[in-house]
Write a protein that binds this ligand. Structure first.
Ligand SMILES: O=C(CO)[C@@H](O)[C@H](O)COP(=O)(O)O
Length: 181
């Protein structure tokens, strides 16, 4: 089995660091829309280094900040906390934005993963998955008890898959929204 390493660069002007992370073996490098002077150039630089490019948006950043660079994006990350540190509370108020990101991706017709990061755990992953997230970054929920890491990963995957299936049933009309949650 091979696992892709992803680097999420929560830094200002990440351009000077890109090659270091790609050389270190990261197949996907994520930069922040707010932190790049020329986001288009930075995403092109990531791809030029041979990696996949991701872009993250902080809670206060609207999706219009990335809609004109989607042709250079392999992954869109909607932050569900403000960057800074682990253990913060999941912002459920971001779920409409996750759904909006899902629509934006569908309208683009491109293969773009939709990730969420911040406060993801047993109590929150279903809401993010139902809104349309397909990739989940979890810190505290997984590392609180390292001995149970595999079990927790399996449970989070199960909850996300169940919520996504429910959302799909609502979409195709075989389940009512009020019965799904
Ligand atoms: O780096 C950040 C936020 O600054 C996130 O990646 C968190 O570290 C994720 O941790 P939890 O919110 O899951 O504890």
């Amino acid at each position: 089995m091979s696992v892709e390493f992803e680097a999420h660069l929560m830094v200002e002007e990440p351009d000077r660091l890109l090659s270091r992370w790609v050389d270190a073996g990261c197949g996907l490098v994520i930069v922040h829309a707010e932190a790049c002077r020329h986001l288009h150039r930075t995403l092109a630089a990531v791809r030029g280094l041979g990696a996949r490019a991701g872009v993250a948006v902080n809670p206060a950043t609207p999706l219009c900040a990335v809609e004109h660079v989607l042709d250079l994006v392999d992954l869109l990350l909607v932050m569900t906390v403000n960057p800074g540190f682990g253990g913060q509370e999941y912002l459920a108020s971001m779920e409409p934005k996750i759904a909006e990101a899902r629509d934006l991706i569908a309208r683009s017709g491109r293969q773009i993963e939709l990730e969420v990061d911040g406060g993801i755990g047993r109590g929150t992953i279903a809401g993010a998955a139902r809104a349309g997230a397909t990739t989940f970054c979890a810190g505290s929920a997984l590392f609180r008890e390292r001995a149970r890491l595999a079990e927790e990963v399996a449970e989070l995957r199960r909850l996300a898959a169940e919520a996504a299936a429910e959302a799909a049933r609502v979409m195709d009309g075989t389940c009512r929204e009020e019965d799904a949650a």
